[in-house]
Design a protein around this ligand. Structure first.
Ligand code: DAH
Length: 372
């Protein structure tokens, strides 16, 4: 038979080179199509091959047939899941492509400032404590030497909580969500049942961070140094007051801690946190939990007319811890003495950045916040 010889080799190459499933299907059809497939035809034509050659011819054809079937199956698989090679050529990542810069957030300026406060005091050996924002009357006032009828309570316009015995169990109190550190003395779950001697006791949003003095001294023995930054609440709102604001309490107690130590610590902190050349002045002040008590004002650094308080802004109250407070925490005032302070953190930030109105800090306006 003088049929032109089929070029099987070329099919082999075409199967391997097929770029798409359609291309592959077309080659497959050319080979195995029922009517005109080259292999179908060749196999059918075996009848015409002389008897003597038929056996070898059939064996050769069958080998090609199996080879093509295997090759086609393999290529089909490859086309369904692109190989590395394909990815390299058709789906390359263009590293030179310029994309718009991704927007990144940052901490609000108050928590950012608190981190700085922690670092500055950390360098002076102070531990960091956190505690509940919902406090008992006992911790927020009584144990700090501010009994029920004391006029000092009037200065702290308090948010009292409506409490019924039923709905104020410890577990129903809001989570604080604050860091749990060794210095956490309020419990991560906020107020604890044991904090209330009397289940009828009134609860409030802490008006100051000073209850942390009590909490810390009840759970740590002197000598001790601690700061407790956090949120505080009062019914107050104007350019320098916000109903929610931030304080940082501090306490250092030991056998020979003096007022001079206190002034040194305060001044170091203000220089590091407000401005190295901050101008400040000391005044005497009254706080029932210290004796003597002092207040420190820092001079407003911006345009004077911007500050409704005038030239000076009070940023910290402080003094030597009152013996009654030490006694309330089981610390012997004959052996130990110390100082306490309460910084107004938002005001420090105001002076540092010359922000004329405290309320801007909490309004959440991004045009304002992005500047810091
Ligand atoms: N707790 C006071 C307030 O909110 C500030 C303060 C004054 C804290 C004197 C102190 C202190 O620790 O010794 O006004």
């Amino acid at each position: 038979m003088d049929e032109p010889k089929t070029d099987w080799e070329s099919y082999d190459g075409r199967i391997r080179a097929a770029k798409t499933a359609q291309e592959l299907a077309a080659v497959e059809q050319e080979l195995f199509g029922r009517k005109a497939g080259a292999m179908t035809f060749a196999l059918r034509s075996l009848h015409d091959v002389p008897e003597a050659e038929r056996k070898t011819a059939a064996a050769t054809l069958n080998t090609w047939k199996r080879t093509f079937e295997e090759l086609i199956a393999l290529r089909r698989k490859e086309l369904a899941s692109p190989s590395d090679d394909m990815l390299r050529t058709t789906d390359r990542i263009d590293v030179s492509l310029e994309l718009p810069a991704r927007e990144r957030g940052h901490l609000h300026l108050i928590p950012e400032f608190i981190r700085e406060v922690e670092e500055v005091f950390g360098r002076m050996g102070f531990d960091i404590a956190t505690g509940p924002e919902i406090e008992t009357e006992e911790f927020n006032f009584n144990l700090l030497n501010i009994p029920r009828d004391h006029p000092a309570r009037d200065a702290q316009d308090t948010f009292w909580l409506k409490t019924s015995k039923k709905d104020m169990t410890a577990t129903s109190l809001p989570l604080q969500g604050e860091r749990l550190s060794e210095g956490n003395v309020g419990g991560r779950k906020g107020l604890h049942d044991r904090d209330r001697k009397n289940p009828e006791e009134r609860l409030l949003l802490r008006t100051q961070t000073s209850p942390m003095q009590i909490r810390y001294m009840q759970s740590h023995k002197p000598p001790l140094r601690v700061i407790a930054p956090g949120k505080t609440y009062r019914k107050d709102a104007d350019a320098t007051h916000s109903p929610m604001f931030h304080q940082c309490e501090g306490l250092m107690v030991g056998e020979d801690v003096t007022l001079a130590n206190m002034k040194a610590v305060m001044e170091t902190a203000v220089r590091a946190l407000v401005a190295t050349n901050a101008e400040f002045r000391w005044r005497t002040g009254f706080f029932p939990f210290v004796e003597p008590g002092l207040e420190m004002d820092v001079r407003w650094r911006g345009n004077e007319s911007e500050s409704r308080e005038g030239k000076w802004l009070e940023i910290v109250g402080c003094g030597m811890v009152h013996p009654n407070v030490l006694r309330n925490c089981g610390v012997d005032p004959k052996k130990y003495q110390g100082f306490a302070f309460g910084f107004g953190l938002d005001r420090m930030v105001m002076i540092r950045h010359q922000i004329p109105d405290l309320r801007l800090i909490f309004e959440g306006d991004l045009r304002f916040l992005r500047q810091f």
